[in-house]
Design a protein around this ligand. Structure first.
Ligand code: ADP
Ligand code: MG
Length: 548
């Protein structure tokens, strides 16, 4: 038997680990299960390249809980470790990682372990003693047992173990007894290991028999090894995306649409993002995107990683290239993260534009739900705002949708100020402004509906972006001000012109008064707008004009 002192300069690292990482105790299970998965996948790779000539057999990773003994065991049939490898990867390497980690983040309580090879040692956050029983896949390897009670002393000795692979046995300490409950382990597996690429069994499946739940002899597999985002979009249909969505967010309404991300250069990123359906004025839940690192769950707090406005989206992002396990401030300054962020923005814009072009009707139907995201994006992200010019819509009170360009065309002839400023009229409360809206439309003006949560900000944004334009709320004042469009024209008539006009009208006067209705030209000039009036009214107007 070998005794030794683990390669660590800090006198006793464990109290420090426990203290700094207090809030994240539960990740120990993620770390150990993902190590087991790694070891299994490594063996699979060695097998496929012919370096391992034995039989792979069943590679299921097993989590076993023994409440009486107070232990949790994580077993795999992966590559295992020789005594030398334990020395290298557990005694030295892992601890040097721990040192780096503590050195770098001793003042940052938010830092999370894993990234610096602290993974395995997170087991000491919850254990008074940890054992490794392992047999390497290498020919002629001897099984070894490593044991450590949380001091820097360890023992390493040969042990009988027939099957290839590794068992990690955690002797849970008194302060962490909650992890000895089946429900708690289930919860952690569901949270962190749900999409790991190797099957993970925890206990046996149960079934209902004679009104009782009884155990079967079938493994209860807790994970889905090929989650949707790891598959090819060509192999997936709408229903696949929708059902994956509802598996992530049970009870929510179907999403509006999805964006399947798949990037391998200059960084690695896969995932599926969804635009959730939101009802008007109900706050969107932020931070529903789950972040994974090679299918290992890391966090659902993605601020600083995805662009601010996309934190409103739902879904999954998976990247081995995001330095996932370090602090937020570090993340935000990381150049890789910035690249990823702007790439996601681009992808989202591409997809929106594609849907808009392909099926405008469907896009318009979704607009009321969509507008919050797009407006928020345009308000907070310059690049996105540029792209969204093409597919952001304005809606008028008739329920018609226009792109910015189209709307400008629509009002350009009719809705300008004296100095050629385009006047965008809008209502933010259609009921309350009902009569003003009517008055404005009666005069041939178009009125937009701007009653969304962000519309006030959005209007400011548009006023800055659109050249020579002004947004004006329709109210009594405005409707009165709109009237001068006619009087403007009238006042432009000189006395001589008026006399000419009168002459024209006089010439048109019916003889004998047989005609009842007459056409009058209200607006003189290029925009002359004929209206029908009664003969009586016609006479009255003529008299009025002659009197002037
Ligand atoms: P990381 O997983 O980031 O390398 P860990 O501290 O989690 O860091 O693990 C340290 C090393 O210990 C691993 O890289 C691996 O070589 C070895 N190891 C841990 N668990 C296992 C296991 N179940 N089977 C084989 N090797 C393992
Ligand atoms: Mg690890």
């Amino acid at each position: 038997m070998q005794k030794g002192h683990i390669g660590v300069t800090t006198e006793n690292i464990f109290p420090i680990i426990k203290k700094y990482l207090y809030s994240d105790h539960e990740i120990f299970l993620r770390e150990l299960v993902s190590n087991a998965v790694d070891a299994s996948q490594k063996l699979r790779t060695l097998f496929s390249v012919g370096e391992f000539k034995g039989e792979l057999g069943d590679l299921t990773v097993r989590v076993h809980l023994d409440e009486k003994a107070g232990t949790i065991t994580i077993s795999d049939r992966g590559i295992g470790m020789t005594a030398d490898e334990i020395d290298k990867y557990i005694n030295q390497l892992a601890f040097s990682g721990a040192n780096d980690f503590l050195e770098k983040y001793k003042n940052d309580a938010n830092a999370i372990i894993g990234h610096f090879g602290l993974g395995f040692y997170s087991s000491f956050m919850v254990s008074k003693k940890v054992e490794i029983h392992t047999l390497s896949f290498r020919e002629g390897a001897k099984a070894v047992k490593w044991s450590c009670d949380g001091s820097p002393e360890f023992t390493l000795q040969e042990t009988p173990k027939a099957d290839r692979g590794t068992d990690i046995i955690l002797h849970i300490d008194d302060e962490n007894k909650q992890f000895l409950q089946k429900t708690e382990i289930s919860r952690l597996l569901k949270k962190y290991c749900r999409f790991l690429p190797v099957e993970i069994a925890f206990g046996k499946k149960t079934e209902w028999k004679d009104g009782k739940s009884v155990e079967t002899d079938q493994d209860d597999i807790v994970n889905e090894t090929n989650p949707l985002w790891t598959r090819k979009p060509a192999d997936l249909n709408d229903e696949d995306y929708t059902s994956f969505y509802s598996s992530l967010y049970p009870m929510s309404e179907d999403p509006l649409f999805n964006i399947h991300l798949n990037v391998d250069y200059p960084f690695n990123l896969t995932g599926v993002l969804y635009f959730p359906k939101i009802k008007n004025n109900i706050e969107v839940q932020k931070n529903k995107i789950q972040l994974y690192c090679n299918q290992v769950y890391v966090t659902d707090s993605v601020e600083g990683i995805v662009p601010e406005f996309l934190t409103l989206l739902h879904g999954v992002l998976d990247s081995p290239d995001i330095p996932l396990n370090v602090s937020r401030s570090y993340l935000q300054s990381d150049s890789n993260v910035k690249k990823i962020s702007s790439h996601i923005t681009k992808k989202v814009a591409d997809r929106l534009e594609e849907i808009f072009k392909k099926d405008r009707k469907a896009y318009e139907e979704k607009w009321d739900n969509l507008r919050l995201f797009i407006q928020y994006g345009m308000l907070t992200d310059e690049k996105f705002a540029e792209r969204a010019q093409k597919f952001a819509l304005l809606k008028n009170i008739d329920g018609k949708y226009f792109t910015f360009e189209e709307y400008k065309e629509l009002i350009k002839a009719n809705q300008t100020d004296k100095d050629d400023t385009l006047v965008y009229l809008y209502a933010n409360d259609q009921d309350q402004q009902h009569s003003f809206i009517e008055a404005a439309t009666a005069k041939g003006y178009d009125v937009l509906v701007m009653d969304g949560q962000l519309d006030t900000h959005f209007i400011n944004h548009l006023e800055q972006k659109f050249e020579k334009s002004r947004f004006t709320r329709v109210d009594s004042d405005i409707v009165e001000k709109l009237v001068p469009r006619e009087s403007n024209h009238e006042s432009k008539l000189s006395q001589a012109q008026r006399e000419d006009m009168t002459a024209v009208f006089n010439a048109q006067l019916p003889k004998g008064g047989k005609t009842n209705f007459y056409v009058s030209f209200e607006n003189v000039g290029a925009e002359a707008a004929p209206i029908i009036i009664t003969q009586q009214e016609f006479m009255r107007r003529m008299k009025e004009m002659s009197a002037m």
